[in-house]
Design a protein around this ligand. Sequence first.
Ligand code: UDP
Ligand code: MG
Length: 337
Amino acid sequence: MALASKPAAAAKAAHTDVATLSVVAPIYNEAVNLPALWERLSAVLRKLDRDWEVIFVDDGSTDGSLNFLRELARREPRVKVVELARNFGQHSAILAGFRESRGEIVITLDADLQNPPEEIPRLLEAIDQGNDVVGGWRTERHDKFYRRWASRLHNKITSLIVGVPMHDYGCMLRAYRRHIVDTVVKCDEKAAFIPALAASFAKHVAEIPVAHDQRAAGESKYNFRGLAKLSLNLITGFSLAPIQLVSMIGLAIFVVDTAFAGFLAIHRILYGPQQEGAVWTLFAVLFFFIGFLFLALGLIGEYVGRIYQEVRHRPTYIVRTVYQNGLEHKDCSESGT
Ligand code: UDP
Ligand code: MG
């Protein structure tokens, strides 16, 4: 019997020695990839000696993804499909999947087959060794060069901010223990970056090298703007350090600038008005300040924006329907309920 159709406690009782597994995959217009994904994923899971379920979260797809998934849920008791009311973004979709999951271990993976499902047993092995979180590390990435470069910087910053050094925070092929998943769900954070949030709650974290393939079909759902948004969310979501740094730089510039102004005043008293060339120096200084002010304003805006999102109390995601065992639960639930 499928794990998904039993309450968590009953599932636990049936398998006291081997932890049960939930796989969560967010889906946004992946109809072309879904048949191959299910074929490969289910082949791997059937070979495991443990109870499992797969939760596909349809993140507002407008292609045939939801039809395929509904049909799959009808004939596969181990498949649960969560249909979101619209496109809420990859990380919110994973949150919705986390909330519906029942396994003692939860694995996330992308639906485009960039994360090979065949790596799942190795993640489980690392979890069974006592880790709370196991991250995949794409040692050979198949992404555009600017993505690889940005990702390197991103991982350095994230490691610093979260305080948990990892090579690859962007890899979504990851495994989490139940208590981590429950804590992440409880946070119900808007604009969450799940790998970083989860790592911040874990005591034992491991990273294992995993393969990374080209996207099987279709296009990446992230453009440059989407990636930049994700990175800013991550940075401002974890610490006040950036804004504090800006304040300190602002203070230092103010002190230096006061000294510089004093020097100019004294220079004028002693030697009279400056030569024409000095105007350009002033221009340069002015532009520097304008640049800095814009940077500071932007950062403040980021934080104010986050506060705004939280105080609005809007749901992170809205579930429209859950399909399982040929049944449809139509109660529209929201995050945080
Ligand atoms: N995805 C999603 N909602 C979105 C964008 C993406 O659920 O708004 C899913 C997508 O279907 C895929 C995963 O998140 O399963 C990763 O997306 P993608 O492959 O486009 O990102 P990339 O690999 O380029 O970072
Ligand atoms: Mg991808």
